[in-house]
Design a binder for this molecule. Sequence first.
Ligand SMILES: NC(=O)c1ccc[n+]([C@@H]2O[C@H](COP(=O)([O-])OP(=O)(O)OC[C@H]3O[C@@H](n4cnc5c(N)ncnc54)[C@H](OP(=O)(O)O)[C@@H]3O)[C@@H](O)[C@H]2O)c1
Length: 325
Amino acid sequence: MDFLRDPDIDPAPMAGKRVAILGYGNQGRAQALNLKDSGIDVVVGLRGGSGSTYEAETAGLRTALVEEAVASADVVMMLAPDETHAALYREIEPRLREGAALGFSHGLSVRFGFVEPRADLDVFLVAPKGPGTALRSLYQQGKGMIAVWAVEQDATGNARGIALAYGRAIGCGRAGLIASSFAEEAEADLFNEQGVVWGAVPELLIAGFETLVAGGVSPELAYLECVGELHLIAELIEARGIAGMREAISNTAELGALLGGKRIVDEGVRQRMAQIFAEVRAGRFAEELSKEKASGYERLQKARAAARSALLEQTYRSLQDREEA
Ligand SMILES: NC(=O)c1ccc[n+]([C@@H]2O[C@H](COP(=O)([O-])OP(=O)(O)OC[C@H]3O[C@@H](n4cnc5c(N)ncnc54)[C@H](OP(=O)(O)O)[C@@H]3O)[C@@H](O)[C@H]2O)c1
């Protein structure tokens, strides 16, 4: 695997370049501030009347309307939500300088055709593997977050150098930059969101909580067992790997995990995972994302309301209140 760190990366391709960061959300804020602190000339491109203008300027960043920021930039980072990229790219394409670099932090919109970049542009990916809040706090601690990088289009011959130097400037070279492609990054990320960490794991926690409560266990204890311990296993895996985590827990917990884990995650689960991966590759999720935006995020809003009013959430809040009291 191609794994590069700061000493392997030439920062020169970003020297003297102006970067327009489009969007000041989770990633936009973190990347803009990290670039500024790395001495890069940054402008944050925002929509007219954006509520983020005040926040960005208070943080010491220059802001401009999207079209002005794009017209002045050598590197343009698409850090608005993925489902807005198609319309946003149509809006900015006439403003992009000849031979500019167009960057993404997720391969989705290029892999699934939301954006078809002009042939004269360099097109690169630097996708930090975690939320912007952590990207920023790690940078401030002198550390970094691992990122995946790729080049989709190398119109000028400089795309590789710009991608790596950009990753270095946002601090990811301190941890490591892993070479990939837009397709591989997008497909693996979308699969994980649905089938593993963000989709399956919370549902497993909810199912465990509901099973205990249905069996007469108090919601508070069910919560502490099935949800509250998650951070402990996450920290152990981070520090020691999965084998090391198993060795670190009691023999009782280790035997329980051995006997129970594979009864839950059986062959049927693996088959459904393979099905999800095939659907992601066929572009079904990208279609769903476009539909969701067109409907005004109907399903997401309903799901958020249902999750907020569930017993599990009430139990979480009551435990929080007691801890803070
Ligand atoms: N969230 C993460 O930690 C994370 C991690 C890795 C990669 N990524 C990738 O990073 C990219 C950005 O994701 P995010 O979660 O950071 O997004 P986000 O927080 O939802 O982005 C919100 C920002 O985008 C702006 N915005 C929304 N619609 C816009 C439009 N039509 N035109 C211009 N600006 C618009 C918003 O403007 P206003 O201020 O005006 O509301 C706001 O500043 C995505 O490609 C995502 O897949 C995200």
